[in-house]
Write a protein that binds this ligand. Structure first.
Ligand SMILES: C[S@@+](CC[C@H](N)C(=O)[O-])C[C@H]1O[C@@H](n2cnc3c(N)ncnc32)[C@H](O)[C@@H]1O
Length: 311
């Protein structure tokens, strides 16, 4: 049954005001398919009846459930791979070369979904940073539901198969019934917190911010506002990583795109228009030896290896 036009426009306005996600004309089917399970849970046959009930009761829990149901939480391990390779080969050597000892690095995975992105980051950092370099990873999302899942650190075989190299699965996961459990060491490296990108950013200065595959859901003024906030919490040598289909070009001229290996990183243009900090093409003498070389599974072809192949 087609969704009532009034139901659709109320849901679209709610979702836009709470998350900035745009649900334009043509998204009626998406709204219906995402909200039908909620309606059924409440013993209602259709989405119109469910939305009417939430509206009439000013049910804030129901409103939150509707917004969360309309977020898209698609993610995978080492998604797009090139940002992780850029981090290993270029950005971490650069950060270590510019910092006085002792070095502590701060990372933010904004819109982290079910945790594959920040855990991939933690595995990369544990793999390459010398033990003397400490780090913390803040991982945030609007959706409490995905954060709860991320905190448990439990993934199905299907989820594991999506990009997790077998050696890293063996090192960082144990079997838990039909699922795979992230090690407590890896979990301790990531703090999961709720955060809406429409709000002020978390306090602190971050060396690398992952803001991937979320700006695509927002309109231009929202993207600009979020990018300005990101600039305000990036360290002077810091880098912003966007999704493969995202860019600041044509969105916000205060950012510069810097090609790093096969990846693009973004840096605020300095006052006076000076070039951003140099990104070394390889480890400099100052950092040589500090960063461990790439292991075999870091090559893009080997990253295609499925976890199941290890058994
Ligand atoms: C497609 S996932 C991207 C996950 C991960 N960054 C990646 O690239 O694999 C988009 C995430 O953005 C979150 N999201 C959407 N709107 C948001 C907002 N306004 N504030 C914070 N997170 C938001 C969703 O809940 C969802 O988990």
């Amino acid at each position: 049954m087609a969704l009532n036009a009034d139901t659709f426009s109320w849901v679209a306005a709610l979702v836009r005001s709470r998350s900035a996600i745009q649900l334009g004309p043509g998204k009626e089917y998406l709204v219906e398919s995402r909200l039908l399970p909620l309606a059924r849970t409440h013993g209602l046959a259709g989405v119109d009846a469910y939305v009417d009930k939430v509206r009439a009761a000013h049910d804030t829990v129901g409103e939150r459930a509707i917004v969360e149901a309309l977020t898209t939480n698609e993610t995978s391990w080492f998604r797009d791979n090139s940002p992780f390779l850029a981090l290993r080969a270029h950005l971490l050597p650069e950060l270590l070369a510019t910092r006085n000892r002792p070095v502590h690095l701060k990372f933010w995975s904004a819109a982290c979904s079910t945790g594959q992105e920040p855990y991939s980051l933690a595995m990369t950092l544990l793999d390459v940073l010398p033990p003397t370099v400490t780090f913390d990873i803040l991982a945030t999302d609007l959706s409490e539901k995905v954060l709860d899942r991320a905190r448990t650190g439990k993934y199905s075989q299907l989820e594991i198969n999506r990009g997790l190299p077998a050696p890293l699965m063996v090192r960082h996961f144990t079997r838990s019934g039909t699922e795979w459990q992230v090690s407590s060491d890896l979990r301790a490296r990531v703090s999961f917190r709720p955060h809406n990108l429409l709000d002020s950013p978390p306090p602190g200065r971050f060396d690398v911010i992952f803001l991937r595959n979320v700006l695509i859901y927002f309109d231009l003024p929202t993207k600009q506002q979020i990018l300005r906030r990101m600039a305000s919490v990036l360290s002077p040598e810091g880098s912003l990583m966007l999704g493969a289909a995202e860019t600041t070009i044509g969105v916000d001229g205060t950012w510069e795109r810097v090609p790093v290996g096969a990846a693009s990183v973004y840096r605020p243009v300095r006052a006076g228009g000076s070039a951003p900090a140099r990104v070394p093409s390889q480890a400099t003498p100052a950092t040589a030896g500090a960063i461990r070389p790439l292991p075999a599974y870091s090559s893009p072809s080997a990253l295609g290896t499925r976890a199941g192949a290890a058994r």
